[in-house]
Design a protein around this ligand. Structure first.
Ligand code: SF4
Ligand code: SF4
Length: 380
Protein backbone atom coordinates (compact mmCIF):
# COMPACT_ATOMS: atom_id res chain seq x y z
CA UNK A 1 0.00 0.00 0.00
CA UNK A 2 1.20 3.50 -0.80
CA UNK A 3 2.36 5.53 2.22
CA UNK A 4 0.82 8.97 2.60
CA UNK A 5 4.00 11.01 2.59
CA UNK A 6 4.95 14.62 3.18
CA UNK A 7 5.80 16.59 0.02
CA UNK A 8 7.81 19.81 -0.07
CA UNK A 9 7.92 22.58 -2.61
CA UNK A 10 10.93 21.98 -4.90
CA UNK A 11 11.85 25.38 -6.28
CA UNK A 12 9.05 26.69 -8.45
CA UNK A 13 8.21 23.18 -9.61
CA UNK A 14 6.03 20.41 -8.24
CA UNK A 15 6.17 19.19 -4.65
CA UNK A 16 8.48 16.26 -3.97
CA UNK A 17 8.83 13.68 -1.23
CA UNK A 18 11.58 13.96 1.38
CA UNK A 19 13.45 11.20 -0.44
CA UNK A 20 14.22 10.94 -4.13
CA UNK A 21 14.96 7.66 -5.86
CA UNK A 22 18.29 8.14 -7.68
CA UNK A 23 18.28 5.55 -10.46
CA UNK A 24 21.99 5.48 -11.28
CA UNK A 25 22.54 2.04 -9.74
CA UNK A 26 19.30 0.42 -10.87
CA UNK A 27 20.23 -0.01 -14.51
CA UNK A 28 20.90 -3.77 -14.65
CA UNK A 29 17.65 -4.62 -16.41
CA UNK A 30 13.99 -3.67 -16.67
CA UNK A 31 12.87 -6.05 -13.92
CA UNK A 32 15.21 -4.39 -11.44
CA UNK A 33 14.23 -0.85 -12.43
CA UNK A 34 10.53 -1.73 -12.31
CA UNK A 35 10.79 -3.45 -8.91
CA UNK A 36 12.81 -0.61 -7.37
CA UNK A 37 10.54 2.14 -8.69
CA UNK A 38 7.61 0.17 -7.30
CA UNK A 39 9.37 -0.05 -3.91
CA UNK A 40 10.03 3.70 -4.06
CA UNK A 41 6.31 4.27 -4.67
CA UNK A 42 5.39 2.11 -1.67
CA UNK A 43 7.92 4.03 0.41
CA UNK A 44 6.04 7.25 -0.36
CA UNK A 45 8.59 8.56 -2.84
CA UNK A 46 7.26 10.52 -5.82
CA UNK A 47 10.53 11.89 -7.25
CA UNK A 48 12.80 10.03 -9.68
CA UNK A 49 16.21 11.34 -10.57
CA UNK A 50 18.21 10.20 -13.59
CA UNK A 51 20.51 11.40 -16.38
CA UNK A 52 21.12 10.69 -20.03
CA UNK A 53 24.66 9.77 -18.97
CA UNK A 54 23.49 6.96 -16.62
CA UNK A 55 23.75 4.23 -19.27
CA UNK A 56 20.29 3.03 -20.28
CA UNK A 57 18.56 4.40 -17.15
CA UNK A 58 16.17 6.68 -19.05
CA UNK A 59 15.02 3.87 -21.36
CA UNK A 60 14.45 1.52 -18.41
CA UNK A 61 12.55 4.22 -16.47
CA UNK A 62 10.32 4.91 -19.48
CA UNK A 63 9.47 1.22 -19.80
CA UNK A 64 9.12 0.69 -16.04
CA UNK A 65 6.66 3.59 -15.69
CA UNK A 66 4.51 2.14 -18.49
CA UNK A 67 4.62 -1.30 -16.86
CA UNK A 68 3.60 0.22 -13.51
CA UNK A 69 0.60 1.86 -15.17
CA UNK A 70 -0.53 -1.39 -16.77
CA UNK A 71 0.28 -3.91 -14.03
CA UNK A 72 -0.09 -1.85 -10.86
CA UNK A 73 -2.35 1.06 -11.75
CA UNK A 74 0.40 3.51 -10.70
CA UNK A 75 0.01 6.39 -13.10
CA UNK A 76 3.01 7.97 -14.78
CA UNK A 77 1.71 11.43 -13.98
CA UNK A 78 2.08 10.70 -10.25
CA UNK A 79 5.86 10.91 -10.68
CA UNK A 80 8.05 13.97 -10.69
CA UNK A 81 11.07 13.34 -12.90
CA UNK A 82 14.43 15.08 -12.89
CA UNK A 83 16.92 14.37 -15.62
CA UNK A 84 20.27 15.94 -16.29
CA UNK A 85 22.43 17.15 -19.15
CA UNK A 86 26.13 17.89 -19.11
CA UNK A 87 27.22 21.52 -19.63
CA UNK A 88 28.71 21.07 -23.06
CA UNK A 89 27.83 21.04 -26.74
CA UNK A 90 26.07 23.38 -29.12
CA UNK A 91 22.38 24.10 -29.39
CA UNK A 92 21.61 21.36 -31.93
CA UNK A 93 23.45 18.72 -29.94
CA UNK A 94 21.58 19.72 -26.79
CA UNK A 95 18.22 19.81 -28.55
CA UNK A 96 18.79 16.37 -30.05
CA UNK A 97 19.97 14.80 -26.82
CA UNK A 98 17.12 16.32 -24.83
CA UNK A 99 14.57 15.08 -27.38
CA UNK A 100 16.04 11.64 -27.09
CA UNK A 101 15.76 11.84 -23.27
CA UNK A 102 12.05 12.65 -23.66
CA UNK A 103 11.63 9.76 -26.09
CA UNK A 104 13.51 7.33 -23.83
CA UNK A 105 11.56 8.37 -20.75
CA UNK A 106 8.31 8.25 -22.80
CA UNK A 107 7.38 11.67 -21.45
CA UNK A 108 6.09 14.79 -23.17
CA UNK A 109 7.87 17.09 -20.76
CA UNK A 110 10.38 16.91 -17.91
CA UNK A 111 9.56 18.52 -14.58
CA UNK A 112 13.12 19.34 -13.60
CA UNK A 113 16.11 19.67 -15.88
CA UNK A 114 19.46 19.87 -14.11
CA UNK A 115 22.68 21.02 -15.68
CA UNK A 116 24.90 18.29 -14.33
CA UNK A 117 28.33 19.33 -13.15
CA UNK A 118 28.68 23.10 -13.05
CA UNK A 119 32.20 22.39 -11.81
CA UNK A 120 34.15 25.15 -13.56
CA UNK A 121 33.57 28.82 -14.29
CA UNK A 122 33.40 27.92 -17.99
CA UNK A 123 30.41 25.68 -17.29
CA UNK A 124 28.50 28.48 -15.60
CA UNK A 125 29.42 30.82 -18.42
CA UNK A 126 28.07 28.25 -20.91
CA UNK A 127 24.71 28.45 -19.09
CA UNK A 128 24.65 32.22 -18.68
CA UNK A 129 26.04 33.32 -22.03
CA UNK A 130 26.60 30.35 -24.31
CA UNK A 131 24.64 27.59 -26.04
CA UNK A 132 23.34 26.41 -22.70
CA UNK A 133 21.36 29.63 -22.35
CA UNK A 134 19.95 29.30 -25.87
CA UNK A 135 18.92 25.70 -25.20
CA UNK A 136 17.25 26.46 -21.84
CA UNK A 137 15.28 29.32 -23.43
CA UNK A 138 14.15 26.99 -26.22
CA UNK A 139 13.10 24.23 -23.78
CA UNK A 140 11.02 26.70 -21.72
CA UNK A 141 9.44 28.25 -24.80
CA UNK A 142 8.41 24.83 -26.10
CA UNK A 143 6.96 23.96 -22.67
CA UNK A 144 9.30 20.97 -22.36
CA UNK A 145 10.55 21.73 -18.84
CA UNK A 146 9.07 23.26 -15.70
CA UNK A 147 12.28 24.48 -14.18
CA UNK A 148 16.02 24.27 -14.45
CA UNK A 149 18.61 23.56 -11.78
CA UNK A 150 22.20 22.48 -11.44
CA UNK A 151 24.46 20.05 -9.68
CA UNK A 152 28.02 20.90 -8.81
CA UNK A 153 31.21 19.39 -7.49
CA UNK A 154 32.88 22.78 -7.87
CA UNK A 155 34.29 25.24 -5.38
CA UNK A 156 32.25 27.01 -2.72
CA UNK A 157 32.50 30.34 -4.56
CA UNK A 158 31.39 28.86 -7.89
CA UNK A 159 28.33 27.23 -6.31
CA UNK A 160 27.53 30.49 -4.55
CA UNK A 161 27.72 32.30 -7.88
CA UNK A 162 25.42 29.74 -9.50
CA UNK A 163 22.88 30.05 -6.68
CA UNK A 164 22.89 33.83 -6.98
CA UNK A 165 22.73 34.05 -10.78
CA UNK A 166 18.89 33.92 -10.83
CA UNK A 167 18.76 31.28 -13.58
CA UNK A 168 18.31 28.18 -11.45
CA UNK A 169 15.31 27.10 -9.40
CA UNK A 170 16.95 24.15 -7.68
CA UNK A 171 20.37 22.71 -6.94
CA UNK A 172 21.80 19.28 -6.19
CA UNK A 173 24.63 19.57 -3.69
CA UNK A 174 26.99 17.38 -1.69
CA UNK A 175 25.52 17.84 1.78
CA UNK A 176 26.64 15.36 4.38
CA UNK A 177 26.68 14.86 8.12
CA UNK A 178 30.41 14.09 7.93
CA UNK A 179 31.06 16.97 5.51
CA UNK A 180 29.01 20.02 6.36
CA UNK A 181 31.05 22.45 4.23
CA UNK A 182 28.15 23.11 1.81
CA UNK A 183 25.31 23.37 4.32
CA UNK A 184 25.54 27.18 4.35
CA UNK A 185 25.16 27.13 0.53
CA UNK A 186 22.07 24.95 0.86
CA UNK A 187 20.63 27.46 3.31
CA UNK A 188 21.37 30.29 0.91
CA UNK A 189 19.56 28.42 -1.88
CA UNK A 190 16.58 27.65 0.37
CA UNK A 191 16.39 31.33 1.33
CA UNK A 192 16.10 32.12 -2.37
CA UNK A 193 13.19 29.63 -2.56
CA UNK A 194 15.23 27.15 -4.54
CA UNK A 195 14.71 23.42 -4.13
CA UNK A 196 17.72 21.64 -2.64
CA UNK A 197 18.49 17.99 -3.25
CA UNK A 198 21.26 16.33 -1.21
CA UNK A 199 23.34 14.12 -3.47
CA UNK A 200 23.96 10.64 -2.10
CA UNK A 201 24.03 11.25 1.68
CA UNK A 202 24.47 7.50 2.21
CA UNK A 203 27.29 6.65 -0.19
CA UNK A 204 29.17 9.88 -0.93
CA UNK A 205 28.33 10.93 2.63
CA UNK A 206 30.80 8.37 3.99
CA UNK A 207 29.38 5.00 2.96
CA UNK A 208 27.09 5.22 5.96
CA UNK A 209 25.14 2.10 5.00
CA UNK A 210 28.32 0.26 6.07
CA UNK A 211 29.34 2.07 9.27
CA UNK A 212 32.30 1.23 11.50
CA UNK A 213 31.60 -0.37 14.88
CA UNK A 214 32.67 2.86 16.60
CA UNK A 215 30.24 4.90 14.53
CA UNK A 216 27.42 2.46 15.28
CA UNK A 217 28.13 2.65 19.00
CA UNK A 218 28.34 6.46 19.01
CA UNK A 219 25.09 7.00 17.12
CA UNK A 220 23.02 4.50 19.15
CA UNK A 221 20.08 4.12 19.45
CA UNK A 222 20.00 5.33 15.83
CA UNK A 223 21.72 3.92 12.77
CA UNK A 224 24.38 6.42 11.58
CA UNK A 225 22.61 6.71 8.23
CA UNK A 226 19.32 7.48 9.94
CA UNK A 227 21.00 10.25 11.92
CA UNK A 228 22.67 11.62 8.79
CA UNK A 229 19.30 11.75 7.01
CA UNK A 230 17.65 13.42 9.99
CA UNK A 231 20.45 15.95 10.26
CA UNK A 232 19.82 17.03 6.65
CA UNK A 233 16.03 16.97 6.81
CA UNK A 234 15.97 18.97 10.04
CA UNK A 235 18.18 21.55 8.30
CA UNK A 236 15.40 22.08 5.78
CA UNK A 237 16.96 20.23 2.83
CA UNK A 238 14.05 19.61 0.46
CA UNK A 239 14.83 16.05 -0.59
CA UNK A 240 17.57 13.44 -0.15
CA UNK A 241 18.69 11.22 -3.00
CA UNK A 242 18.68 7.51 -2.34
CA UNK A 243 20.53 5.34 -4.85
CA UNK A 244 18.77 2.10 -3.95
CA UNK A 245 19.92 -1.19 -5.45
CA UNK A 246 17.66 -3.47 -3.38
CA UNK A 247 14.34 -3.30 -1.51
CA UNK A 248 15.99 -3.05 1.93
CA UNK A 249 17.70 0.18 0.90
CA UNK A 250 14.33 1.89 1.30
CA UNK A 251 13.86 0.80 4.93
CA UNK A 252 15.25 3.90 6.63
CA UNK A 253 13.53 6.20 4.12
CA UNK A 254 10.25 4.44 4.90
CA UNK A 255 10.76 5.24 8.58
CA UNK A 256 11.68 8.90 7.92
CA UNK A 257 9.41 9.70 4.98
CA UNK A 258 7.50 12.24 7.12
CA UNK A 259 10.37 13.32 9.38
CA UNK A 260 11.48 16.83 8.48
CA UNK A 261 10.85 18.16 12.00
CA UNK A 262 13.56 19.59 14.25
CA UNK A 263 16.03 17.22 15.84
CA UNK A 264 14.85 15.62 19.06
CA UNK A 265 16.99 15.87 22.20
CA UNK A 266 17.85 12.19 21.84
CA UNK A 267 19.04 12.74 18.23
CA UNK A 268 21.08 15.76 19.30
CA UNK A 269 22.71 13.69 22.01
CA UNK A 270 23.67 10.95 19.49
CA UNK A 271 25.06 13.56 17.09
CA UNK A 272 27.16 14.95 19.93
CA UNK A 273 28.43 11.44 20.66
CA UNK A 274 29.55 11.11 17.03
CA UNK A 275 31.49 14.35 17.35
CA UNK A 276 32.97 13.20 20.65
CA UNK A 277 34.13 10.03 18.92
CA UNK A 278 35.97 12.00 16.23
CA UNK A 279 37.48 14.36 18.80
CA UNK A 280 38.70 11.44 20.89
CA UNK A 281 40.17 9.52 17.95
CA UNK A 282 41.83 12.53 16.32
CA UNK A 283 42.82 14.50 19.40
CA UNK A 284 44.70 17.68 18.55
CA UNK A 285 45.22 16.56 14.93
CA UNK A 286 41.61 17.13 13.88
CA UNK A 287 41.21 19.43 10.89
CA UNK A 288 38.32 21.79 11.58
CA UNK A 289 37.76 22.50 7.87
CA UNK A 290 38.08 26.26 8.28
CA UNK A 291 40.04 26.60 4.98
CA UNK A 292 42.36 29.27 6.44
CA UNK A 293 45.39 27.34 5.14
CA UNK A 294 44.46 28.00 1.49
CA UNK A 295 45.68 28.80 -1.07
CA UNK A 296 48.52 26.32 -1.27
CA UNK A 297 51.15 27.24 -3.90
CA UNK A 298 51.10 23.62 -5.01
CA UNK A 299 47.27 23.74 -5.30
CA UNK A 300 46.77 20.93 -2.82
CA UNK A 301 43.18 20.78 -1.55
CA UNK A 302 44.35 20.60 2.07
CA UNK A 303 40.90 20.66 3.78
CA UNK A 304 39.49 17.99 1.45
CA UNK A 305 42.43 15.66 2.05
CA UNK A 306 42.38 16.22 5.80
CA UNK A 307 38.61 15.68 5.81
CA UNK A 308 39.26 12.20 4.42
CA UNK A 309 41.75 11.74 7.24
CA UNK A 310 39.10 12.85 9.75
CA UNK A 311 36.61 10.43 8.24
CA UNK A 312 38.98 7.46 8.20
CA UNK A 313 40.67 7.89 11.58
CA UNK A 314 37.96 9.85 13.40
CA UNK A 315 34.86 7.96 12.34
CA UNK A 316 36.44 4.70 11.15
CA UNK A 317 35.19 4.91 7.56
CA UNK A 318 38.54 3.85 6.10
CA UNK A 319 37.34 2.11 2.92
CA UNK A 320 35.22 5.10 1.92
CA UNK A 321 38.12 7.50 2.51
CA UNK A 322 40.45 5.28 0.49
CA UNK A 323 38.03 5.17 -2.42
CA UNK A 324 37.65 8.95 -2.49
CA UNK A 325 41.37 9.61 -2.02
CA UNK A 326 42.33 7.37 -4.89
CA UNK A 327 39.97 9.17 -7.24
CA UNK A 328 41.98 12.37 -6.80
CA UNK A 329 43.53 13.27 -10.15
CA UNK A 330 41.52 10.60 -11.95
CA UNK A 331 38.07 12.12 -12.33
CA UNK A 332 38.76 15.33 -14.26
CA UNK A 333 36.81 18.31 -12.96
CA UNK A 334 34.51 16.04 -10.93
CA UNK A 335 36.94 15.82 -8.01
CA UNK A 336 40.23 17.19 -6.77
CA UNK A 337 43.34 17.02 -8.93
CA UNK A 338 46.26 16.80 -6.49
CA UNK A 339 46.78 14.45 -3.59
CA UNK A 340 49.07 14.81 -0.59
CA UNK A 341 52.13 13.57 -2.50
CA UNK A 342 52.28 16.96 -4.28
CA UNK A 343 53.21 18.73 -1.03
CA UNK A 344 56.51 20.58 -1.45
CA UNK A 345 56.88 21.00 2.31
CA UNK A 346 57.24 24.75 1.87
CA UNK A 347 55.39 25.22 5.19
CA UNK A 348 53.51 28.29 3.93
CA UNK A 349 50.22 26.82 5.15
CA UNK A 350 51.38 26.05 8.69
CA UNK A 351 51.24 29.55 10.28
CA UNK A 352 47.78 30.09 8.74
CA UNK A 353 46.23 27.12 10.56
CA UNK A 354 44.42 28.21 13.75
CA UNK A 355 44.64 24.62 15.02
CA UNK A 356 48.43 24.73 14.67
CA UNK A 357 48.39 21.53 12.64
CA UNK A 358 51.58 20.23 11.11
CA UNK A 359 49.92 20.12 7.72
CA UNK A 360 52.81 18.70 5.62
CA UNK A 361 53.22 15.83 8.10
CA UNK A 362 49.49 15.14 8.18
CA UNK A 363 49.32 15.15 4.37
CA UNK A 364 52.16 12.66 4.18
CA UNK A 365 50.54 10.47 6.82
CA UNK A 366 47.17 10.64 5.05
CA UNK A 367 48.75 9.75 1.72
CA UNK A 368 50.46 6.70 3.21
CA UNK A 369 47.24 5.66 4.92
CA UNK A 370 44.89 6.04 1.97
CA UNK A 371 46.81 5.68 -1.28
CA UNK A 372 45.77 2.62 -3.22
CA UNK A 373 45.12 1.41 -6.72
CA UNK A 374 42.62 3.53 -8.74
CA UNK A 375 38.95 2.61 -8.65
CA UNK A 376 36.40 2.99 -11.42
CA UNK A 377 34.13 5.95 -10.81
CA UNK A 378 30.36 6.14 -11.28
CA UNK A 379 28.70 9.43 -12.14
CA UNK A 380 27.47 11.33 -9.13
S1 SF4 B 1 53.56 22.77 2.92
FE1 SF4 B 1 52.62 21.58 1.31
S2 SF4 B 1 50.45 21.86 1.65
FE2 SF4 B 1 51.46 23.47 2.80
S3 SF4 B 1 51.48 25.20 1.40
FE3 SF4 B 1 53.42 24.11 1.12
S4 SF4 B 1 53.00 22.70 -0.58
FE4 SF4 B 1 51.02 23.41 0.19
S1 SF4 C 1 43.62 25.83 8.42
FE1 SF4 C 1 44.03 24.00 9.60
S2 SF4 C 1 42.04 23.43 10.50
FE2 SF4 C 1 41.64 24.92 8.88
S3 SF4 C 1 41.23 23.66 7.07
FE3 SF4 C 1 43.41 24.14 7.00
S4 SF4 C 1 44.37 22.43 8.06
FE4 SF4 C 1 42.22 22.35 8.57
Amino acid sequence: MKINSQKKQFGKGCKVSLFTFGTMRATENLDKMYALIKSAYHTGINHLETAASYGNAEILIGKALKKLEISDNILTNEWIVTTKILPKGDFNYLKNSFESSLKNLQLKKIHNLAIHGINLNDHLDWVLNGDGRKFIKWAFKKGLINQVGFSSHGSYSLIEKAIKCEVFNFCNLHLHLLDQSKISLAKLALKKNMGVLAISPADKGGRLYDPSDNLIKASAPYHPLELAYRFLLSNGITTLSLGATKFEDFNIAKKLINSSHELTSSEISSLKNIEKLANKQLGSSKCEQCRSCLPCPSEIPIPEILRLRNISLGYGQLEFAKERYNLIGRAGHWWEEKNGSFCLECNKCVPKCPMKLNIPDLLKQTHNLLVDKPKKRLWT
